[in-house]
Design a binder for this molecule. Sequence first.
Ligand code: CTP
Length: 444
Amino acid sequence: MKKVITYGTFDLLHYGHINLLKRAKALGNYLIVGVTSDNYDKYRGKLNVSQSVIERIENVKATGLADEIIVEEYEGQKIDDIVGCKVDIFAIGSDWIGKFDYLKEYCQVVYLDRTKGISSTELRNNKHALIRFGIVGSGRIANRFIPESKYVSGISVEGVFGIHEDSAKAFFEKHQLAFYTINYSEFLEKIDAVYIASPHESHYQYAKQALLSGKHVLCEKPLVLSKDEASELFALAQLKRLVLMEAIKTAYCPGFLRLISLAKSGKIGEIKSVDAAFTKLVPPHVREMQSEHAGGSVTELATYPLFAIIKLLGNNFVDIHFTSCYKQGVDIFTKIDIVYPHAVASAKVGLGVKTEGDLIISGTRGYVYVPAPWWKTEYFELRFENLADTEKYYYKFSGDGLRYEIVEFLNRIGKEIYTNQDESTQIVNIIEMFKNKMVEITQI
Ligand code: CTP
């Protein structure tokens, strides 16, 4: 028997796939098809697959061409499969020419001509209307958004709005956008969704006007600066059937998602404590250090640690205390201590104080240790009394990570999930308590 193996995502199965499977099968008399798992696709940066691995397997099965279907779950698996299944021929489309020559050591490698004029990417783009994005602001984060958006299908960044014409124009030229403008209403007319990356104090107005004009909103952290504003915007988004989402990249990256489910799975017992830190030293003249631009460690940095705490322990805390160190009117370091009925949490943030940026989730049976930078979750350990029981987890955090939140945002538009306000509203609530000194702050 001559065994042939081929691999692919096979999303929205099309005639290009069927042609390939037919020709691969004709190379021998037993065809094994490896379909990538959802996690493996995410790991290798393919973030926009429409169908689940189960649906994709069913579609390949329905062609009647595969004698065996396996799931491809990790890098390096092809060698294991070829050796393990005693495969004679590895076949793949010509878009991969040369990439799999390393398999020649194990079997014959055949590159089959790719069928022209069809791809899953194209079908996905046709299936979901392209979302035209506009960017509010032209600073550092706005600059990161465009290269990251290129990893996601279904989005096209069209233009930029800024109050300073020179910077908006420079941004437009640098990224070769379709337009720039200093007129917000004109800007909104040309797009379907906004990404707000302007100074914090302007988020509320820009988001509100965008929602009122029927545009989806992805807004940088902190979403707004008061709980009432957050509630109002989420209610408006719901009413207008629009997506409003805070751009918390950590929340949607594969490592963090896995970390949360493992921590909550009972493996480390009941969670009793969460400690997270995020510090970033900045020079004194930057916007982050200016009180008139809502600067300071809490407004700038607390979103990440508070998100982890609220995600793990919920909203129903009974006490909160802030200890801060101030310089030029802003907190350059703050420790937030939160007490829940059955657990405690602490968040340390600093623009002028440096510390280890790790996350520790302590439970009655063991703990999770996520080394710095935990907010770009790539690696973590589950640790127990017995060192030998330690479990290590690795995930990929690609690029700047904004691609994960963009994928989530587009998914929500597609699935009509307009608001997912719980964590964002609570985070804003805590930031407001601090900013407006609604609770006592110990100064050090
Ligand atoms: N393939 C092909 N002809 C096409 C599309 C895909 O021969 N027009 C082949 C690929 O070369 C690969 C297999 O089908 O061997 C599975 O490819 P996959 O990446 O799942 O399909 P694409 O349509 O290329 O998907 P995407 O656009 O997401 O990259």
